[in-house]
Design a binder for this molecule. Structure first.
Ligand SMILES: Nc1ncnc2c1ncn2[C@@H]1O[C@H](COP(=O)(O)OP(=O)(O)OP(=O)(O)O)[C@@H](O)[C@H]1O
Ligand SMILES: [Mg+2]
Length: 238
């Protein structure tokens, strides 16, 4: 169980999240939707341990362990992973070298890096030539997203936070990544703006966030309401 309880977060003296609570059970797929600027990326980045965000209240527990204030590398060791909305580019860092180094740090006793990488590459139809490029420097939006998903599969986390999972992906990419998420045994917190993705993605729960507060939670029927009436619907409800 991944459990966020009454989490309040601020950055540069601005309060962004207000008493947010949610739970991701083992293998469950939980959605976070909301207007631009409502706090979705802040939520993911705070959960992953981004030091730009200050937790002013509440806690984050992973399988009973309080991980609220652990640094990101420790959170990764506990089984957490994040797919970024805008992954950082690093000049001069070769993608293959980056992946190998990160994998060896995470799994120091493992000797199967290349075998695993090759199997993932064929599974998600990743363009192998991109491995020789610099990390997120000249990749297209969809290529960056696929590289993020490649890392997700490489690290095989217990819980994954996936910000704007469909941004930059073409329809074949959306279908392929949806299938991977549907079949994955990991728990997911999935951020998206696009109701169309739910034709392909099977999810267990939908949460609506507005001005840093969860204002509605429920099943996939919430998505149809949002598609019809926008977030105004959830606002009226509260
Ligand atoms: N490091 C920061 N310092 C100050 N303000 C921030 C910081 N990060 C985010 N914010 C502000 O917090 C609010 C929430 O931002 P966030 O990126 O979490 O929104 P979002 O829900 O992911 O939006 P979008 O749908 O556009 O991606 C915004 O008003 C944003 O300007
Ligand atoms: Mg965002």
């Amino acid at each position: 169980m991944f459990e966020v309880t009454n989490l309040s977060v601020s950055a540069r003296e601005k309060q962004i999240l207000r008493e947010v609570s949610l739970k991701i059970g083992d293998g469950k797929k939980i959605v976070l939707m909301g207007p631009n600027g409502s706090g979705k990326s802040t939520m993911c980045k705070t959960l992953m341990g981004d030091p730009s965000y200050l937790v002013t209240n509440g806690s984050v527990n992973l399988n009973g362990k309080n991980i609220t204030n652990l640094p990101p590398n420790e959170k990764v060791k506990e089984g957490l992973f994040m797919v970024f909305q805008e992954p950082e580019g690093v000049d001069g860092l070769n993608i293959l070298r980056f992946l190998r180094t990160a994998y060896n740090k995470r799994f120091p006793d493992s000797k199967d890096f290349l075998e695993k990488l090759n199997s993932i590459i064929s599974h998600i139809d990743f363009n192998r030539e991109l491995l020789t490029k610099e990390l997120n420097i000249t990749l297209s939006g969809g290529e960056k997203k696929k590289l993020e998903v490649l890392q997700l599969l490489l690290f095989n986390p217990k819980y994954a936070l996936i910000d704007e999972f469909d941004s930059g992906l073409d329809i074949d990419g959306v279908k392929a990544i949806s299938k991977i998420i549907n079949e994955s045994k990991s728990g997911f917190l999935i951020v998206t703006h696009n109701p169309v993705v739910f034709r392909y993605l099977k999810v267990d729960e939908v949460n609506i966030i507005k001005d840093g507060r969860i204002i509605a939670s429920g099943g996939v029927d919430l998505i149809q309401k949002i598609e019809k009436d926008g977030f105004l619907w959830a606002e009226k409800k509260n």
